[in-house]
Design a protein around this ligand. Structure first.
Ligand code: IVH
Length: 691
């Protein structure tokens, strides 16, 4: 027995060491934190049973209170945000226009912006108390990051003490970007290669890997830089503008990016983007765009946020990276909704540091318009996280025998259904071809299940693409509810008999499934895979309805054609006619209704967290009517939502409060009829300020 235990202990230690390396040195983890914890737990348990196997080198034996190979988690007192992206000039023009509308600024009013390079590194939050550096944390998921205090202390650009003396705020959290210069990155890789160690893919990974070293002396040997550009908690605000804050950072001993500038019009912003795009190649650090931020902090405050992105800032990215390669074949993928997407199989090519061997061709018309043929040389583009796409054909390089592609009339799925082209709202032929097999189509069902267990949905570990396909083919899982009855149906035994599923992995899988029997409302909604209901919409629905029973009732009412239910949903921020139609059609289908019913019998859906529970507006349904004077309707709505209220477009029995400006009409009358409390703008603002 002890022999088997010793073998497993050795195996676990080497696995843990391998994952430590992937996580800390290569910055490319292959397993989740939970999975890693399970390996450690198993090792600890074995060492408890067999103390003779404990060695000082075991990862369980490292001191410091933390399990070896882990940083402690830190909650950010003010979340670390992300930025919305602008890709085209028009997006920047829209961004400025939106701000103007939101703040009710006439076209004559000048809005100043800081224009800063967008450094391609990793963001960091540094906390100073009475001027002393007390902690450093990575961004993590924005709410919670990793405690890298010991490591930030060895970065030369990060002061241990704020300079300048006098007037230091009690608390100041300085945020910015850690990066590695390109020259340092190349030198480091050369050194790694010479020592037979693995190399980093790009300076960003190498900066991240260098910062997240368990041994800070390794970090110290890596040349990292830091630019300050933002802040978190501040007990006192040392400036009134973004630019003033950058100056304050510089006075306190930080580096701020020397290329940052103040700009005064949208034309000047666009010019900055062009200047930086030209400058990019000459810089010794990577930038992937520029960032514009409204300079006045009082305006920033008023503008607030849309989910995690500030309304007052935008990242204007540089054009995507491109390369040319040869199309070897075209394959059809059947998506979750039956859409057939043609995918070009490419001769592998590196695009901006990533190897690309598949690129989307979108649809039949796209192939025809570009006249893409098999054997053609094409340009492919990769932009951010999106799927690479074929942009066009290099005609001069077309070989004699290039083959035009025939889009299939029959779906490649086993049902061999006839492919149908979707109709647009205007009754014309749409671009998307679909398999008409619907629920009978195994491709669609598998895609549905894959979506259901994916990372932003149920996130069931160990149940990936491969397993879903296998389980589906075996007939063990046909629909989401089946996942949760797997254990009860005693499939475990058969699973174990199946190649590749050891006792441990079966146990782990069943545990991972159990762990997801309770799920947040927004994940649940997203997991259903209703067309047009992505993560943002799911979140908006979760916040708006609060519980699954409320949302479900509303959807069933929608499906019945209930006008009030439709109006209520329509009044919600971020929800429009397309989503409503889609929900109505989903829930009017008997098959879907059954899937949902069987699923909800298996899982518990947690009610959504309401923001700012303790504000005077929390949980209230508010209707705005008439014109407002101090702010726009959008701003008032955003303010109310920030304080946990639901803003509706029509007055009903459920309305708690009507805020009426001059020229209020029928809604005010209706409020009076129903006895709903009415406030004017001033009273509303007083209520807001009262907390
Ligand atoms: S401002 C609320 N400024 O870009 C504003 N971000 O896409 C928070 N970044 O997570 C960010 N350079 O890691 C800001 N000059 C800059 C930046 C910058 C790089 C990164 C940062 C952030 C990401 C957002």
């Amino acid at each position: 027995m002890s022999g088997a235990a010793a073998a497993r202990v050795a195996e676990l230690r080497s696995e843990i060491a391998r994952h430590n390396k992937l996580y800390f040195e290569l910055d490319s983890p292959q397993i989740s934190d939970a999975e890693y914890d399970r390996l450690m737990q198993e090792l600890k348990a074995l060492e408890r049973q067999h103390p003779e196997l404990i060695t000082p080198e075991s990862p369980t034996q490292r001191v410091g209170g933390q399990p070896a190979g882990k940083f402690a988690k830190v909650r950010h007192s003010v979340p670390m945000l992300s930025l919305a992206n602008a890709l085209a000039d028009e997006d920047v023009i829209d961004f400025v226009e939106r701000i103007r509308r939101f703040l009710k600024l006439g076209s004559g009013v000048q809005i100043d912006f800081t224009a800063e390079p967008k450094i391609d590194g990793l963001s960091l939050s540094l906390r100073y108390e009475r001027g002393e550096l007390v902690s450093g944390a990575t961004r993590g998921d924005g709410s919670e990051g990793e405690d890298v205090t010991a490591n930030v202390k060895v970065v030369a650009d990060i002061p241990h003490r704020l300079s300048g003396g006098g007037g230091l705020p009690e608390v100041s959290e300085v945020r910015g970007e850690v990066y590695m210069t390109r020259s340092a990155f190349l030198a480091l890789n050369e050194q790694q290669a010479r020592a037979g160690r693995s190399v980093f893919a790009n300076p960003r990974n190498s900066a991240a890997g260098s910062l997240r070293q368990l041994d800070p002396s390794i970090t110290a040997g890596r040349p990292l830089g830091f630019f300050a550009y933002a802040w978190g908690e501040m007990s006192a605000r040392p400036a009134r503008t973004q630019w003033g804050m950058l100056e304050w950072f510089a006075q306190r001993g930080f580096k701020t990016n020397p290329l940052a500038q103040l700009r005064h019009s949208v034309e000047q912003l666009l010019a900055f983007h062009r200047e930086m795009e030209l400058k990019r190649a000459t810089l010794d650090y990577d930038i992937d765009g520029v960032v514009y931020k409204v300079d006045r902090l009082d305006w920033q405050q008023r503008l607030g946020f849309v989910s995690r992105d500030p309304r007052w800032a935008v990242a204007h990215k540089f054009a995507a990276q491109r390369a040319t390669t040869v199309v070897k074949a075209v394959e059809i993928q059947v998506g979750r909704t039956g859409a057939l997407t043609p995918v070009a199989k490419l001769e592998p090519v590196t695009v901006g540091g990533v190897v690309v061997s598949n690129a989307t061709l979108h649809n039949e018309d796209y192939i025809r318009t570009l006249d893409v043929r098999i054997g053609d040389t094409v340009t492919v583009q990769r932009a951010g996280d999106v799927i690479p796409q074929v942009l066009g054909v290099v005609r001069e390089r077309r070989p004699q025998d290039a083959q035009p592609y025939q889009f299939p009339q029959i779906c490649p799925c086993p049902l061999k259904t006839r492919v149908v082209r979707e109709q647009t709202a205007a009754g014309e032929q749409g671009a998307i071809a679909r398999c008409s097999g619907e629920f009978a189509c195994p491709h669609q069902r598998i895609e549905h299940l894959r979506h259901f267990v994916s990372r932003h949905a149920f996130d069931i570990e160990g149940l990936g693409e491969k397993q879903i396909t296998l389980f589906f083919e075996q007939g063990w899982i046909k629909e989401p509810a089946d996942i949760f009855t797997l254990a009860a149906r005693n499939r475990a035994i058969q699973l174990e008999e199946h190649e590749g599923f050891g006792e441990v992995s079966v146990r782990k899988l069943l545990a991972a499934i159990e762990a997801r029997r309770e799920i947040s409302l927004e994940r649940f909604i997203y997991a259903l895979g209703v067309r047009h209901v992505g993560e943002t919409t799911a979140r908006a629905l979760a916040r708006g309805y609060g519980s699954w029973s409320a949302l479900h009732a509303a959807c069933l009412a929608l499906a019945q054609g209930d006008v009030e239910a439709r109006q209520e949903m329509d009044a919600m921020d971020q929800i429009g006619a397309t989503v409503i139609e889609s929900l109505a059609s989903y829930f009017s289908d008997q098959h879907n209704a059954g899937i949902v019913e069987r699923l909800t019998a298996q899982v518990r859906v947690r009610a959504a967290e309401r923001p700012a529970r303790d504000s005077a507006l929390a949980g209230k349904t508010i209707v705005f009517t008439g014109s407002l004077e101090k702010m726009t309707r959008d701003e008032a709505k955003a303010l109310a939502e920030r304080l946990g209220a639901k803003v509706s477009g029509s007055v009903s029995k459920k309305t708690d409060l009507v805020v009426a400006g001059p020229e209020a009409g029928s809604k005010l009358k209706r409020a009076a009829e129903l006895g709903v409390r009415v406030l004017d703008e001033r009273q509303f603002l007083e209520l807001v300020e009262s907390g």
